[in-house]
Write a protein that binds this ligand. Structure first.
Ligand SMILES: CC(C)(COP(=O)(O)OP(=O)(O)OC[C@H]1O[C@@H](n2cnc3c(N)ncnc32)[C@H](O)[C@@H]1OP(=O)(O)O)[C@@H](O)C(=O)NCCC(=O)NCCS
Length: 138
């Protein structure tokens, strides 16, 4: 039996989410100093799959989705102590299982993970665009 368990049902606190972001290294790229924003990210996520080792939170995949057409996987993070053990792959599998059959997963990779996503099956999309919060529609 795997030493990790996965669920889409468990709620986690903003503090636990931030701690995991820090332990994974993703905190450098997420607003961990702004707890209102972090709380909003949790409250308005449509799907949060979490990975557990016993009672310890070791991974999360946080997504915004309509469950039918598209699922934006915003944050994938695994505790550094448990990376390269298949936890990230299983979080993505559980995310895919949790949405409808016709639903695509979409994400923007952090630079360090750019070689990870093709390895677990994602196709790089040349047509991806982003409008940052500091940018205006022209
Ligand atoms: C990227 C991350 C989520 C991967 O999770 P993980 O549980 O360590 O990955 P897995 O064990 O599922 O890895 C699956 C495969 O990808 C490989 N892999 C893991 N991290 C990789 C990386 N950063 N680059 C390239 N390959 C990677 C693994 O060696 C494994 O290869 P295998 O199939 O030959 O065994 C995790 O390393 C992490 O949290 N990193 C820091 C935060 C981050 O960058 N998140 C992504 C934000 S977009």
């Amino acid at each position: 039996m795997s030493k990790f368990s996965y669920t889409a049902e468990e709620k986690i606190s903003a503090e636990d989410f931030v701690q995991l972001l820090r332990w994974s290294g993703l905190s450098e790229r997420r607003p961990v100093e702004d707890m209102d924003c972090i709380q909003g990210m949790i409250d308005h996520a449509d799907l949060m799959v979490t990975a557990w080792r016993g009672d310890d939170l070791v991974g999360v995949a946080r997504s915004v989705t309509d469950f039918n057409y598209c699922c934006y996987v915003s944050d994938l993070a695994v505790d550094l102590d448990f990376q390269h053990l298949g936890v990230g792959r299983e979080l993505l599998r559980e995310t895919k299982r949790s949405v409808g059959e016709g639903c695509s997963l979409i994400l923007l990779s952090a630079p360090d993970a750019a070689e990870y996503y093709p390895r677990v099956g994602f196709t790089q999309h040349q047509g991806a665009f982003r409008l940052g919060s500091e940018q205006e529609i022209l």
